[in-house]
Design a protein around this ligand. Sequence first.
Ligand code: NAI
Length: 338
Amino acid sequence: RMVAPVALKALGVSATRSFTASARAKNKVAVVGAAGGIGQPMSLLMKLSGKIEHLSLFDIVNTPGVAADLSHCNTKGKVSAHKGPEEMGAALDGCDLVVIPAGVPRKPGMTRDDLFNTNASIVKGIAEQCAKSCPNACFLIISNPVNSTVPIFGDVLKTAGVFDPRKLMGVTMLDICRANTFVAENQGMDVDKVSVDVIGGHAGTTIMPLLSQVKGAKFSEEDIKALTHRIQFGGDEVVKAKDGAGSATLSMAHAGAYFAERVLDGLNGATGVKECTFVESSLTDAPYFASPCTLGKEGVSEVHGFGTLSPFEQSLVDENVPALIKMAKKGTDFVKNN
Ligand code: NAI
């Protein structure tokens, strides 16, 4: 059978464990921005998982073609297409999970924050419709700058009176993918066996890998500095190599589909599902902060601490919490003023 748990395998998760709990579950999952560079391959991976009863594809352009194409894959689950603002409500109606890679990506020389002006209003509009059509869904935000778009989404839901902190997550999984890949290369370890926690946010130095906690690894001080920098700025390698054609799409599709499946596993009753994600948090003074979280039947069931930090990691946290506070405030101010 053509079911491909590729995404799971690559992140070192046993396919059997992840697939059993939800084998009979019914889910409606929407991808918002489904015709884009991330949206298309991510929707493909989600369709191939066979775990989604109804995959609802929304974009302002091109969704009929993407959906027709995907619907011919001989895996379980129906695919529907919804195009343009007037069809967004139908796309979101009754969803259990909404994954959002809508908005413009970076070009060389840009930071994620440079995308704020365009993407803030896109994300705000999507949040407003979600509050109406599927207020009880889990929302996974991929659109950058995540450090600001998640607070924007949260504030819109708060204004509408439907915010549930367990159900709003910024997707930082690509940072974990990169960390696992780069650490495995550096240490000569099997990538399936490497698991790096990455905390903080999703932009430059706010991305903070906890290399001191990687089991079985021995790093020199130089390694730690170089690896930390590469994990923080790994996105720039892709933006530069694509030379104007966008940012990470394939690796992000993999990371996004994997994370969505993990959230679904939790919703469907699997136990012991733990991943790092960017959530409302009281661990630091930043209103939102990524750390390991247990994913359960209502989304995030527990926000875990980040354990003992090395002095280097502690200095990263101290230096970057103010930046996270500032980026969250930028989002909050945007919702207040628009
Ligand atoms: P893209 O430009 O290829 O695709 C974006 C899609 O969003 C397009 O199909 C566009 O029509 C659609 N869109 C625009 N406005 C919309 C709206 N109001 N409703 C629904 N769809 C809308 O961009 P790509 O490469 O797919 O990136 C998408 C976003 O993901 C960017 O903001 C990028 O920075 C971010 N990203 C986040 C990562 C993460 O780790 N969280 C990693 C890589 C990219």
